[in-house]
Design a protein around this ligand. Structure first.
Ligand code: ZN
Length: 441
């Protein structure tokens, strides 16, 4: 069925596998955009469902959502605009081994876990509890999704489940509210209120009338929502879409009708907030730079522009903000009184000027660490080649941390024992010592 979408709409839809499960099933993703053959600097958006194999409602609704977007393109102005302006990725089934546990011809016998008996929504690196919060190795599905997230720059996503009906927003792992808590309440409120206008009384009305902060509901570690928010600066929430996990087929059309307008509203939000392109003032080339809202950011909430387009997307609740744009080797720029209105985009393109004789961090491009400043117990280090030893020194030159990645490019570094302050993190790449400044909050 997924490949049939591509066959029917080759100009709009590309279906691909991000990897194979233990039992040999493909993890399929449909990419939908107006020009599937190239990346255009549009925001990337992800819907994914059913990482718990027996929570199947979202799986079917996402298949229908793909069909709805493709068939509406060119005739429905709103759908056409969304497909034109957003690089949309939809993964209807994130745990096919769990869903088809009873055999490929039926979802009866579906289970929550993957084929190895692991709960995939406890298997991700956690900002508080580290790379393996559940004590299990990363499962095949987890590795494929982590690689998929690394290869993309998802601005927003939602992760669909079942068993209750609520929009669950970050954080799950700790009680601290997200820097953008008011934005989260606003987009989740919009989701639930739109559902209420189109559903019978009692659907998605529990908790705080259909929305909840994750930790206030119940704390989990190793969930994908917090992983995406903290380690990828992607706004992901957990959408619990039906009280009954495996609803009868006859109820699926009604659930579609309750939710599809909200699917559109939420996805559309990735077009708003402050957005633009960041370029080198001399060459005009797109660059990756940090976009930091002053007196606002915390816990990895700031974002970066991405290549090839140099585009960034800082989603914000309506207000005035001061925003600093910075990159190692460039003079930073701050714009004050940037105004944000709900459901509107504020476009702020930025040209950063290179520092001609910069001796501060000439090799910073070879690896990145984030979040920096780091507030959680872990930071992610990502290099352009395999890394061995990682050392962290205080500004007095005292060795505070030493670990070894075992030769991977990406590592989750435990900084929980470091006091607040400024440090130097050092790694050896290609026989050369490279270092960056790191701040621990
Ligand atoms: Zn679930």
């Amino acid at each position: 069925m997924m490949y049939q979408f591509e066959a029917d709409f080759p100009e709009l839809c590309d279906v691909f596998s991000i990897g194979t499960t233990n039992e040999g099933r493909e993890l399929l993703v449909a990419r939908i955009t107006d020009n599937v053959s190239q990346s255009e600097g549009e925001p990337e958006f992800l819907y994914t469902s059913t990482m718990h194999g027996d929570e199947t409602t979202g799986y079917v609704l996402m298949l229908r959502y793909i069909d709805y977007l493709l068939n509406g393109y060119g005739t429905n102005a709103r759908l056409t605009n969304l497909v034109d302006e957003i690089d949309i990725y939809i993964n209807p089934l994130a745990n096919p081994d769990g869903t088809y546990h009873g055999g490929n011809s039926s979802i009866y016998g579906a289970i929550r876990f993957n084929a190895m008996g692991v709960d995939l929504n406890r298997n991700y690196p956690d900002p508080e509890d580290g790379p393996h919060p559940d004590g299990n190795a990363w499962q095949t599905e987890t590795v494929h999704f982590m690689n998929f997230a690394e290869e993309h720059n998802f601005v927003m996503s939602a992760n669909m489940h079942g068993g209750t009906e609520v929009c669950n927003y970050p954080w799950d792992t700790w009680s601290t509210l997200a820097a953008d808590n008011n934005w989260w309440v606003y987009v989740c409120r919009e989701y639930a209120d739109t559902v209420h206008a189109n559903a019978p009384g009692g659907y998605m009305t529990g908790y705080n009338n259909g929305i909840t902060n994750g930790y206030q509901w119940y704390s989990i570690a190793g969930g994908r929502q917090d992983y995406m928010n903290y380690f990828h600066q992607c706004r992901e929430f957990t959408l619990e879409i039906s009280d009954v996990k495996l609803i009868p087929a006859s109820q699926l059309p009604a659930h579609w009708n309750y939710n599809y307008r909200s699917f559109l509203n939420y996805m559309e939000q990735c077009l708003f907030g402050v957005r633009g392109k960041i370029t080198d003032s001399a060459s005009g080339d797109a660059i990756t730079a940090e976009v930091f809202v002053l007196n606002h950011e915390s816990d990895s909430s700031w974002v970066y522009s991405s290549l090839p387009g140099g585009n960034y997307h800082r989603l914000l609740f309506e207000s005035f903000y001061s925003i600093r744009y910075s990159k190692s080797g460039y003079y930073s720029q701050t714009f004050d009184n940037v105004i944000v209105h709900d459901r509107e985009a504020t476009v702020q393109d930025v040209e950063l000027v290179k520092i001609m004789f910069d001796i501060d961090e000439p090799l910073a491009e070879t690896f990145s660490i984030y979040p920096n400043p780091v507030s959680g117990n872990y930071l992610k280090l990502k290099a352009n080649q395999s890394v061995g030893d990682i050392t962290i020194y205080s500004m007095n030159g005292e060795l505070c941390h030493k670990s070894n990645t075992g030769g991977t490019n990406t590592a989750f570094v435990d900084v929980s024992k470091l006091n607040a302050g400024t440090y130097i993190i050092k790694i050896v790449l290609d026989g050369k010592l490279v270092q960056q400044k790191m701040i621990r909050h």
